[in-house]
Design a protein around this ligand. Structure first.
Ligand SMILES: C[S@@+](CC[C@H](N)C(=O)[O-])C[C@H]1O[C@@H](n2cnc3c(N)ncnc32)[C@H](O)[C@@H]1O
Length: 492
């Protein structure tokens, strides 16, 4: 193949990757936009069941119709939060890309979109994106959507966006809902990886939000909308006072460990800490507030859209109200428990006291941090409910070892609920599901020395008032990379 052919092939590959990313992002945005409709379907189902009751049974539940009414109100308020979040989102890729034409040009490529950010080549880890289209846009919550204004979907959006009651209840400072152009010195989720992923600077008022046009909205499977509901529960874990107990179980041991392992943190040259699988970013923010240059890494657009909104756009504590628990009628002690509001965020990220250099890096951990520029960069790597997300956990451990400085520490807290264990898909699917004993054996091989180990009991995105509380007995450890590990890698 000539050099020119190779270049053509590379740019064709790149276009295809971008097209797939646009497709996956459209699907995720559609999942968010489908939330009100899918939730309304649930309420209709409850109503249908209720109507089937004999009159005498109905008479025992006279409050039930008003519960349906309340559920609808809560759905509207959650939807208002979701739409405000989407309006504030500036896609890091050109959403007008003609996805179908790219597909046609290469029928052999797998077309299934996945929900994750595609990592691209890392050209140095400058954490700066030069593309204006990769910046966060500034949108006003009362901006109207573009497109077919008479479609039923659009009417529903109009209803929510223009409903003063919903707006007032959902957003506590709805009169001042214009997003700041810049948060000055308190800029929060700062940059993305140099791999061209998302840039979270809150600087430019750019996009016209054409990608929110209802005509582009896809009908997504219900399982996608379930992911939106999971995000709502994750918001409680990371950004609500109700989540404090869970954060104390999961994040506090990690923060205490970092605090004691790095006693003399210097302001001039703070230690560097990476948090792969950072979710909605609270742990990464807390680490930053401790005096580390903290970087969260996350590959799910579902998560990134939400974390960037909370980190960059919230203006005050308790600015938003959501109803996270309305989607399950099971294990409720009372309707008022199920219908209780939750205020978010419990802190104002921009004034939480972050250390300069705090960033969220979008992309797959393996792709981004396998880059040679990452070798020996980090003083600490913190994995919280992350290592079991791997197709190949051995690869995760190898990368963690490689990117740590000699003498650097890996702090882990989490179970081994392997995410791909239940995938009975194509033959090339891979899921290596090691026991804890084997995980540690692999870590020893990659030059780790275990300094602390214990079991910590915790929940994960659990409704604290539910009659069902799943508990994990998580493995918590601190392992230090022995200097010899570096020599080992170089001979491999
Ligand atoms: C179980 S959640 C834990 C989130 C957070 N650490 C917490 O404790 O709440 C795992 C997170 O890792 C992310 N993730 C999974 N695989 C990843 C990968 N290869 N690269 C980056 N992030 C990944 C998921 O999107 C998800 O947000």
């Amino acid at each position: 193949m000539s050099r020119e052919d190779e270049d053509d092939e590379r740019s064709r590959q790149r276009r295809l990757e971008e097209a797939l990313e646009v497709k996956s992002l459209r699907r995720i945005i559609s999942a968010y936009l489908n939330y009100p409709e899918a939730s309304e379907e649930d309420v209709k189902r409850y109503e249908r069941s209720f109507r089937k009751l004999p009159f005498s049974h109905k008479a025992l539940l006279p409050h039930y119709p008003s519960k349906f009414h309340s559920l609808r109100r809560c759905i509207s308020i959650n939807s208002y939060f979701i739409f405000s979040m989407l309006q504030a989102f500036d896609p890091p890729i050109d959403m007008s890309l003609d996805v179908d034409s790219c597909e046609d040009s290469n029928p052999e490529q797998p077309q299934a979109p996945n929900e994750n950010l595609l990592s691209r080549e890392v050209d140095g880890f400058t954490c700066q994106s030069d593309s204006a289209s990769r910046r966060m846009s500034c949108a006003k919550a009362d901006e109207t959507f573009h497109g077919e204004r008479n479609s039923p979907k659009c009417k529903m959006l109009d209803h929510m966006i223009n409903n003063e009651e919903v707006r007032a209840e959902s957003c506590h400072n709805s009169t001042v809902r214009s997003f700041p152009k810049d948060m000055g010195n308190n800029k929060v989720a700062v940059e993305s990886s140099g791999n061209d992923a998302i840039n979270f600077h809150a600087t430019a008022c750019s996009s016209a939000h054409d990608w929110l046009d209802p005509s582009l909205q896809l009908n997504v499977p219900l399982v996608d909308v379930d992911k939106v509901r999971c995000i709502i529960r994750n918001i409680v874990r990371d950004w609500a006072a109700e989540g404090k107990k869970e954060r104390d179980q999961c994040y506090r041991p990690i923060l205490e460990e970092l605090n004691s392992l790095f006693p003399n943190r210097s302001r001039e040259s703070p230690p560097m800490c990476l948090v792969p699988g950072a979710g909605l970013g609270r742990l990464a923010l807390e680490i930053s507030c401790l005096g580390f240059v903290s970087q969260g890494n996350e590959f799910s657009y579902y998560m990134m859209i939400c974390s960037s909104f909370i980190l960059n756009r919230t203006q005050e504590i308790g600015e938003w109200t959501i109803y996270p628990w309305i989607h399950s009628n099971c294990n409720s002690l009372s309707d008022s428990d199920q219908l209780r509001p939750v205020s978010i965020p419990d802190i104002h990220p921009a004034s939480a006291g972050i250390t300069e250099g705090f960033s969220m890096c979008g992309g797959d951990f393996v792709e981004v941090y396998s880059d040679p520029s990452q070798v020996g960069v980090w003083d600490a790597v913190v994995t919280c409910f992350f290592i079991d997300t791997a197709h190949n956990i051995v690869e995760y451990i190898e990368i963690i070892s490689r990117i740590l400085k000699d003498g650097g520490v890996w702090i882990n807290l989490g179970p081994l609920l392997y995410h791909f264990a239940e995938m009975y898909g194509q033959e090339d699917d891979m899921s290596i599901e090691l026991s804890l004993e084997d995980v540690k054996r692999v870590a020893l091989h990659f030059g780790f020395q275990f300094e602390k180990e214990r079991t910590i009991e915790t929940t994960y995105t659990t409704n604290p008032r539910s009659m069902m509380q799943n508990r994990y007995f998580t493995a918590f450890w601190t392992a230090r990379k022995k200097p010899a590990a570096a020599a080992k890698h170089s001979t491999e």
